[in-house]
Design a protein around this ligand. Structure first.
Ligand code: C2O
Ligand code: CU
Length: 562
């Protein structure tokens, strides 16, 4: 035990000593526990951190080390992921179950070093095992270094706003049921703003998030989409907002009267309280390009302080159609990096690895057409026609300890067979994927261009793709099939946004670039929970480099065991 502790401290010291300047170590305690919450007229027991829903907000400054002691006091396995934190050379505490770790079982704990580096702005943390992130999530606010400032006028106050959803039934049961039947999961019963549905639902008048503002002041809102299965539109009645950041990276200011936000993504914006003092709704509802969805609207209220006649009901913003793809992509396409002297871009130009990944919904037949998907088949999903099957021992451990038989290294750089990906009817012959636990191996420092191609197999839909361990530049996107001779001519290599989650439009494509300079095992997946459950994910192994600072750090002593 003593040796373990010594070793452990050495690792912490190591981690601390490679950090410079005014970086601090901050500590948090996360207790996974059941708690009872009442929403929409009924009580429910949910998994929480420290009994809070949404969970506690972590505050840090750029470059800090955050040490979170996670204890499992519930009766459900858990892992916690720090969404958007690159964890340089330290995938051990990244969190995805069976990719970088085995679950933290009831009665045990795991001390997780959350290694911040160049992230600045808003990120979040969430459970990364089965569907437990439905209630286990919270904000991660990364302020500039003490000696530094925002690249915009200092706001009067800051407020995190987390979009979430609520099922009246137990989320674990929702998950088990759809995996058993092979059909679509039940849609949620409500969306939430900071854990509360707002007053457009039955029995929810009390459960409304309220934000008090003073006329003439500006507020920094840190918007996080923690919804399980939907891209969301967000609007505030009568108010335009100024977007200043996304995914913990600053953007050129964008004035807009709405926001589109993918699950996983964060948007920082300035709210100028410059309207007639009154009450105004902020509201959010789904952008859905296909399929079933919860068509309800969640609201919160912005209340100006002062004396005025309170309206009987606040003004509600008007929304687009649920399936308005142009409204959705037009917002996202405006995002640009600051790309100035203080916040330069570093878009990799000399690409060494060109990857082309198709994203598909698939089906597989069931005995006697007994499943609840199309034609009695089971829904699946894939990347390059490989449906991810998670192993029983995590991939990181297998890689580090050279355990064979856990994964294969043949995840393809290109789809196994080309076809017209976005044609109106993809022949049914092409609907069935292969199962696999396949990784794509990248040499240290390779320069990757990855084009995601959404397909119309079974049914086209948007896919918010998320990469662990990295941010990437989104250099291009379009509708239809990617054309490799003409589309790259229109790439933005000047000021593309730096993101870690990007929605690939329905039957369209998105091109990203990153330099593989973070050795480790990094999950990449669709952030729609139903899609990743159906297998839309894959793993990169980025090899160690030659230099002393180009190798993975050793694991902590208390890694959960399988
Ligand atoms: Cu926000 Cu792999 O997750
Ligand atoms: Cu998806």
């Amino acid at each position: 035990m003593r040796i373990f502790f010594l070793y452990f401290n050495v690792v912490i010291l190591l981690l601390c000593s490679i950090r410079q300047g005014d970086a601090l170590v901050r500590r948090y305690k996360f207790k996974l526990q059941d708690a009872s919450y009442s929403r929409l007229c009924s009580n429910k027991t949910i998994l929480t951190i420290n009994g809070q829903f949404p969970g506690p907000t972590i505050y840090a400054r750029k470059g800090d080390l955050v040490i979170v002691d996670v204890y499992n006091r519930a009766n459900h396995n858990i892992t916690i992921h720090w969404h958007g934190v690159k964890m340089p050379r330290y995938p051990w505490a990244d969190g995805p179950e069976y990719v970088t770790q085995c679950p933290i079982t009831p009665g045990t704990g795991f001390r997780q070093n959350v290694v911040l580096s160049d992230e600045e702005g808003t990120l979040w943390w969430h459970a990364h095992s089965e569907w437990s992130r439905a209630t286990v999530y919270g904000a991660l606010v990364i302020l500039p270094k003490k000696t530094d400032q925002y690249p915009f006028p200092k706001p009067h106050a800051e407020v995190p706003i987390l979009l979430g959803d609520w099922w009246k039934s137990d989320v674990q049961e929702v998950m088990e049921e759809f995996l058993l039947t092979g059909g679509d999961p039940n849609v949620s019963d409500a969306f939430l703003i900071n854990g509360q549905p707002g007053d457009l639902y039955p029995c929810s008048r009390q459960d409304t998030f309220k934000l008090k503002v003073e006329y003439g002041k500006t507020y920094l809102v840190r918007l996080i989409n923690a919804v399980m299965n939907n891209i969301m539109f967000f609007k505030i009645a009568n108010h335009n907002i100024t977007v200043v950041g996304s995914d913990a990276s600053y953007t050129k200011p964008i004035n807009s009267d709405y926001i589109t936000i993918s699950p996983g993504q964060t948007i920082d914006f300035l709210l100028h309280a410059n309207q007639k003092p009154s009450h105004y709704y902020m509201a959010s509802r789904v952008y859905a390009s296909a399929g079933f969805y919860d068509n309800t609207t969640t609201t919160g209220i912005i209340e100006y302080v002062g004396n005025y006649n309170t309206p009987p009901t606040p003004l509600l913003p008007t929304f687009f159609q649920f399936n308005d793809t142009s409204a959705s992509v037009n917002f996202t396409r405006q995002l640009r990096s600051l790309a100035n002297k203080k916040y330069p871009v570093d878009v990799p130009l000399n690409v060494t690895n060109i990857l082309f990944f198709t994203l598909s919904i698939n089906t597989r037949s069931c005995p006697n057409d007994s499943c609840a998907g199309p034609n009695g088949d089971r829904f699946l999903a894939s990347v390059n026609n490989v449906t991810l099957v998670l192993p029983k021992t995590d991939i990181l451990q297998a890689y580090y300890n050279r355990i064979s038989g856990i994964y294969e290294t043949d995840f393809p750089d290109n789809p196994p067979f080309p076809y017209n990906y976005t044609q109106q009817f993809v022949p049914q012959l092409l609907w069935t994927p292969e199962n696999g636990t396949d990784v794509n191996v990248l040499e240290y420092d390779s320069v990757v261009e990855l084009v995601f191609q959404g397909t119309n197999t079974v049914s086209g839909v948007d896919h918010p793709m998320h990469l662990h361990g990295y941010s990437f530049y989104v250099v291009g996107s379009g509708l239809g099939n990617f054309n490799k001779s003409t589309d790259p001519l229109n790439y933005n290599l000047v000021d593309p946004p730096l993101m870690e989650t990007i929605a690939v439009p329905i039957n369209g494509w998105t091109a990203i670039r990153f330099r593989a300079n973070n050795p480790g095992v990094w999950f990449m997946h669709c952030h729609f929970e139903r899609h990743v459950s159906w297998g839309m994910g894959m793993t990169f192994i980025v090899k160690d480099g030659k230099g002393p600072n180009e190798k993975m750090l050793p694991p902590p002593p208390d890694m959960p065991k399988c």
